[in-house]
Write a protein that binds this ligand. Structure first.
Ligand SMILES: O=C(O)CCC(=O)C(=O)O
Ligand SMILES: [Fe+2]
Length: 333
């Protein structure tokens, strides 16, 4: 692939094996992301359409109706995230987005195995929007399938069995967010962005944006690049846990959302493993004794992003037995 061309991989080529797993790995190593095109077989246009319609109808509800499913009332981090649930990003002093979060739908952990903060359990769906549960389930499952296929490619490229990661996919901390950026003029002439610069905390992220806004940092040229939107195409971004697993061969993509003032929707799906999974660097990428627990990294970052989580941890309601870092070590420029 020519350097500086937009990296694009066809979903059909992934499914048929026409692209080698090592090419998928190399593309991610070189760019930190790729566009996955020809996605119709996994996400039909009708599903994108229902996702948009559902989101418009849901976010159009009165605030009180949305707050019936406030995420801060949930035991497992599912539900509505109001504009006021503002994290601590220095380049995001004014926040203009709201969100709705679902995760992997499963039975809660048995009390004997739960400390309370593992983010496992059932999704919660508002009933005010007909068909919302069905649409979000379908969209979640489609993204999960795509992400699993990409993980299989990475496993094969690392000389492991294709299903290597499946053992840690029993009730993974994989989240789908519907994000609604409100039309605004308050960010105009400010230094703030619509969403502050960050890396994603999981293995990889699959994003469908309704309109441009996502901006990614290119470490090679030390510059920011707008990420265009293409039809029937999603974006695949490297997250922190892939950087860790590959000993830094892949680097998690630093990105932010620029300020347009226009209304915008974005639907990131964050692929992760089971909360308590302890990872080491895969032998293919060299030797290291370092370990990381995927859920500890995730919760350590969500602590910074969600005041309700900070409150639960600080008050001891969530008795975390690991260190909450002051910043994300993967978020290096
Ligand atoms: O709005 C977007 O397109 C990106 C959102 C994002 O980066 C995130 O939620 O982690
Ligand atoms: Fe992100």
């Amino acid at each position: 692939m020519a350097k500086h061309a937009i990296p694009i991989i066809s979903y059909d080529d992934l499914v048929t094996g026409s692209i080698k797993p090592s090419e998928v790995l190399d593309t991610l190593a070189e760019n930190g992301f790729f566009y996955l095109s020809d996605i119709e077989r996994a996400i039909p246009p009708s599903l994108f359409k229902s996702l948009h319609e559902t989101s418009e109808r849901y976010f159009g509800l009165p605030l009180e109706a949305k707050m019936e499913h406030y995420i801060g009332d949930s035991d497992n981090h599912r539900g509505y995230v109001p504009v006021t649930e503002q994290g601590s990003y220095s380049d995001e002093s004014v926040r203009v987005y709201e969100a709705f979060d679902i995760g992997y739908d499963s039975d809660p952990l048995p009390a004997s195995r739960s400390r309370g903060f593992e983010l496992v359990g059932r999704n919660r769906y508002p009933t005010q929007v007909p068909g919302m549960a069905g649409t979000l389930r379908e969209y979640y499952d489609a993204n999960f399938g795509i992400a699993r296929l990409i993980l299989q490619q990475i496993a094969i490229a690392a000389e492991l069995e294709a299903e290597h990661f499946d053992r840690w996919l029993t009730r993974p901390a994989s989240q789908l967010r519907l994000i609604h950026y409100l039309r605004n003029d308050i960010l105009v002439n400010r230094e703030d962005t619509s969403m502050g610069g960050h890396t994603d905390y999981e293995l990889l992220t699959i994003i469908h944006q309704s309109s441009p806004g996502l901006v990614a940092y290119d470490r090679a040229s030390k510059s920011w690049h707008n990420m265009p939107v293409f039809k029937n195409t999603v974006l695949v971004l490297v997250g922190d846990m892939l950087q860790f697993l590959t000993g830094g061969r892949l680097q998690s993509l630093l990105h932010r959302v620029s300020t347009t003032g226009e209304e915008r929707y974005s639907f990131p799906f964050f692929m992760n493993l089971d909360f308590e999974t302890e990872l080491g660097v895969l032998p293919f990428f060299g030797h290291s004794d370092e370990k990381i627990v995927v859920g500890h990294h995730l919760l350590g970052q969500l602590y910074r992003d969600f005041p309700y989580i900070k409150q639960r941890v600080d008050s001891g309601r969530w008795p975390v037995d690991f260190e909450i870092p002051a910043s994300n070590v993967f978020e290096q420029v």
